[in-house]
Design a protein around this ligand. Structure first.
Ligand SMILES: Nc1ncnc2c1ncn2[C@@H]1O[C@H](COP(=O)(O)OP(=O)(O)OP(=O)(O)O)[C@@H](O)[C@H]1O
Ligand SMILES: [Mg+2]
Length: 150
């Protein structure tokens, strides 16, 4: 991986700052793979990321729908794979085409780990009471700075 960095997140403002910085590096075809336990902030991060990518629609958790599509600077596909339990169901999504035509953001990306492209941006959220930690590994350099608070 070209870029690897870990940040402490102490507030929603930090998540927003992270989303703004990452958004500036994203292009059509990028795949943002999100990991982390329930409630660690994957959807909240996605909402902020979409805002900085020019989405004006309401961004919500795809839930039972599994997939939401938005239009920002480019087409955006937001997937949440939490409810998928078989590899066949994941295959049926046709991820290859989705990746090609969109900027793709995937919550619970571990469910599709084998199908992720080489050019992926992994973002892992963890609780580190009373904070959160985010670990980023990217195929391309993101130069996100040294901390989120400044
Ligand atoms: N940086 C943050 N600081 C404080 N609260 C946060 C932060 N990020 C998210 N939250 C809050 O935590 C709660 C859970 O966030 P969110 O729904 O984004 O988690 P999630 O990882 O998508 O969960 P799930 O796995 O259920 O989809 C929400 O109420 C959200 O507003
Ligand atoms: Mg979520």
């Amino acid at each position: 991986m070209e870029y690897s960095k870990e940040f402490k997140i102490i507030s929603k403002e930090d998540t927003k700052t992270l989303a703004r910085r990452i958004a500036s590096h994203l292009q059509l075809g990028d795949v943002v793979a999100l990991y982390g336990e329930l409630g660690t902030g994957k959807t909240f991060f996605t909402q902020k990321l979409c805002t900085f990518l020019g989405v004006t629609e309401n961004v919500s958790s795809p839930g039972y729908v599994l997939m939401n599509e938005y239009t920002g600077r480019f087409p955006i596909c937001h997937l949440d794979l939490y409810r998928l339990d078989s590899y066949e169901e994941v295959l049926e999504l046709g991820l290859h085409d989705i990746f090609e035509q969109n900027l793709t953001i995937i919550e619970w990306a571990e469910k599709a780990e084998l199908l992720l492209p080489e050019k992926v941006i992994h973002i892992r959220f963890e609780f580190a009471d009373p904070y959160r930690i985010v670990k980023i590994q990217s195929y391309k350099n993101l130069s996100l700075g040294e901390s989120l608070s400044k």
